[in-house]
Design a binder for this molecule. Sequence first.
Ligand SMILES: [Fe+2]
Length: 287
Amino acid sequence: MDELQLPVGQIISGKLTFKSKNEFLAALKLGVFYLRHNLGSLLQEGEDFAGNFYKPKENLYTGYAELEYEDSILGYEDRPEQVEQIQLERNLWNKYFPESINDVLNYMYNLSDIVALNVLRELNISSENIEIVLGREGGKQSLEYCIFNHFRGSKKDIGFTTHTDSGFITLIHSNKSGLEGEFSSKWKDINIHKGCFTAIFGDSFEILTKNLQTPVKALLHRVKSTTKNSSENLSERFSFGTYIGPRFDMNMYCCNKNKEPIFHQKFIEFSKVKAKKMGYEFHSKVA
Ligand SMILES: [Fe+2]
């Protein structure tokens, strides 16, 4: 399968920067790009947590599959594919996770927030309208959560089924390749780029920008089975990252030619219809 050369962005003085304007436009068109980071030794902490959270309680990095997360609408999920995961809202990270993991996640959240804001500004959406589409009027927050995925090599299924992310942006790091994206109806490998996270745009960005001159694509992606072509012991794959999207009580918007956001659909309705179409169960705590 072909590998794709993706644009590489970085945050310089609070601004999302690419080598050229064309690289920036390519990132929007492809729906994915690499984002340089400076996480240093904390990256290993994140990998250690992602590689151990599902194990029975033994130390600070284990025992997270068995927790209840009663104040979360997300939490632990054992999915039908290889993946088992924890998704947890940003305001709960310091309640449930070790301090270093909280630091990793906040670092990633801040980067992805800068990306979301910069892209919206580059598309000439006004500051006032940016607050509306992100659901941040009156000091409110978007839906912001973390994701830890463990891909069980012992299961013969696909790693993670084909999907688009529903929100604005997902920032992800993985310990090994396996992520694939669809580009012009062809599946291509999205390999790990050292020193970079992978930034993926989601449905909320695609819908918001579809009438604009430079629409943002929601990348269709999946994760291959980790058992394929690898020995059983070396096959464990894990990833972690952050997601920013609309809250379930929010509206989704679609900009008109004047870059004004027009009501599109309630995000909860969008999510329920999508879950049905994709054949997975909608979060039981939200419905
Ligand atoms: Fe995804």
